[in-house]
Design a protein around this ligand. Structure first.
Ligand SMILES: Cc1cc2nc3c(=O)[nH]c(=O)nc-3n(C[C@H](O)[C@H](O)[C@H](O)COP(=O)(O)OP(=O)(O)OC[C@H]3O[C@@H](n4cnc5c(N)ncnc54)[C@H](O)[C@@H]3O)c2cc1C
Ligand code: SF4
Length: 440
């Protein structure tokens, strides 16, 4: 860590109207956390962080701080333009305090809720509902929890150990069950979950379908879609001169991962000019430092085994970019990563009645995350489109309150167990083996 935590904390002015807090999507009480740290009350500071944001450690590493808390810090307005780097302070407090978080499950209230998807939205809801006494099961299609935090954001920005620690402290110790390798909408559906006694269901399935560009060559063997590449980049063989189509944050992750996988040349292509880069300034500067090149005003029209054909674009007076017919050029590359955007997958929705989506395939919800089917709630990217970790957490906090209200409003479940009085047959393992007369 380059900055000394206490030096940073000492630079905080403890503003009465903290601009940093206003810039934080989940209103972290930054001056109070810093005050507690300086007063030697690290545990209180840590508790405050985790109570407000169960993913505080993740956020300290991956939030776009220069646009949020640090970008809003009043010290930016001083001639020295030196904001307090709260991300460093948050990371120190949250990782130190996390080691003390060993409390067991809260007393149960007898109601069961299901969470589909273990990205930041699903994890936040799971932690909050478990805190309030609900019996929680998370269903996750992949083999580990974390969603984009594990399978999208590269390890060099967010180490897996942060998510593994989260799983132990916030899920296992709290009695939250996790059923991995289980994609709801295939063998098990939302109707099956209601049948099995889940009173309420949260969908936090994110956006996992790479959007194609619909140009010739996308299916060639030297091409990968960004979200697939990041999930398991070592599985791809793209050679040592890689083109990345896109200049968003995901594209920067693809480019920097390709460099780490041994590519000697990586070039990002954008349809528009430099002012249209959507990746954060930090990510772009790191990519440049690591040797990533950029070509602007290039619209890819065809991918080949040995490179990419692009047409030049020009900006019109209305600010729109149009392609210049006849300006095609060939750019030699050994592999191409397409990282333009992601959309939602529909199997979950196709197997569920009563859940509406909009034209983009995003789930339709009210401001509290209620879908069009009673008892089913949704949040995160599956609702808002591609956003950020902290925004998924912020929305999930509101949805958790609505789910709690909904479940408490349900009539008491007094249906008798039809098998309450059947005989209980105990089968010791030794008996079974004996009966079978196994010859080993
Ligand atoms: C490459 C990349 C880099 C990013 N970098 C940053 C960053 O640095 N900072 C930042 O703040 N944001 C970043 N983001 C955005 C951020 O990660 C997302 O906004 C956030 O993860 C969305 O959270 P979510 O919970 O809605 O969904 P996700 O994180 O997408 O998680 C959804 C989970 O649901 C599971 N799932 C899907 N369907 C089913 C099903 N039917 N049954 C069971 N499980 C299912 C998926 O496997 C996944 O684990 C990045 C995004 C990408 C793609
Ligand atoms: S705006 Fe900056 S100086 Fe003021 S409380 Fe927040 S971090 Fe401290």
């Amino acid at each position: 860590m380059a900055l000394h935590v206490l030096d940073e904390a000492n630079r905080c002015l403890g503003c009465k109207k903290p601009m940093c807090q206003q810039g934080c999507p989940i209103s972290t009480n930054i001056p109070e956390v810093i005050r507690l740290l300086k007063a030697g009350e690290m545990d209180k500071a840590g508790r405050m962080l985790f109570e407000n944001n169960p993913l505080t450690t993740v956020c300290s590493l991956v939030c776009d701080h220069e646009k949020q808390c640090e970008g809003h810090c009043i010290r930016n307005r001083m001639p020295s333009h030196d904001p307090v780097h709260f991300s460093v302070i948050e990371n120190y407090i949250s990782t130190t305090y996390a080691n003390k978080m060993v409390a067991g499950p809260a007393p149960k209230n007898g109601m069961r809720a299901a969470i589909i998807g273990s990205g930041p939205a699903g994890l936040t809801i799971a932690v909050l509902l478990a805190r309030w006494g609900y019996d929680i099961t998370i269903f996750e299609a992949r083999d580990k929890i974390g969603g984009v935090m594990r399978y999208g954001i590269p390890n060099y920005r967010l180490p897996d150990s942060v998510l593994d620690d989260f799983q132990y402290r916030h899920l296992e110790l709290k009695g939250i069950k996790v059923r991995t390798n289980t994609e709801i909408g295939r063998t098990l559906t939302i109707d099956d979950l209601f049948r099995d006694g889940y009173k309420s269901i949260f969908i936090g399935a994110g956006l996992w379908k790479a959007n194609a560009m619909h140009i010739k060559g996308e299916s060639l063997g030297n091409v990968a879609f960004g979200i697939d590449y990041l999930a398991n980049s070592k599985a791809f063989r793209l050679g040592d001169n890689v083109a990345v189509i896109g200049v968003g944050n995901s594209a920067m992750d693809c480019a920097r991962t390709a460099i780490r996988n041994g590519a000697r040349h990586v070039t990002c292509y954008a349809r528009r000019d430099e002012s249209c880069i959507s990746a954060s300034a930090y990510e772009v500067s790191y990519a440049k430092l690591e040797g990533v090149g950029f070509r602007f005003c290039k619209a890819p029209v065809e991918i080949r085994d040995d490179g990419l054909i692009c047409r030049d674009t020009v900006k019109g007076e209305d600010g729109r970019f149009t392609q210049v017919e006849g300006s095609e050029k060939f750019y030699a590359h050994t592999g191409v990563i397409i990282s333009v955007s992601q959309g939602s997958e529909s199997s979950l929705i196709q197997t569920t009645t009563g859940i509406d989506t909009n034209q983009k395939g995003l789930l339709t919800v009210d401001p509290s995350g209620r879908t069009t089917r009673p008892g089913v709630f949704a949040g995160g990217d599956a609702v808002k489109g591609a956003r950020t970790v902290v925004e998924a957490v912020a929305m999930a906090k509101d949805v958790a309150v609505a789910m709690d209200e909904y479940m408490k409003s349900l009539p008491a479940d007094d249906a008798a167990d039809p098998y309450a009085n059947i005989p209980v047959f105990d089968t010791p393992t030794s008996d079974v083996l004996g009966e079978q007369d196994l010859k080993i």
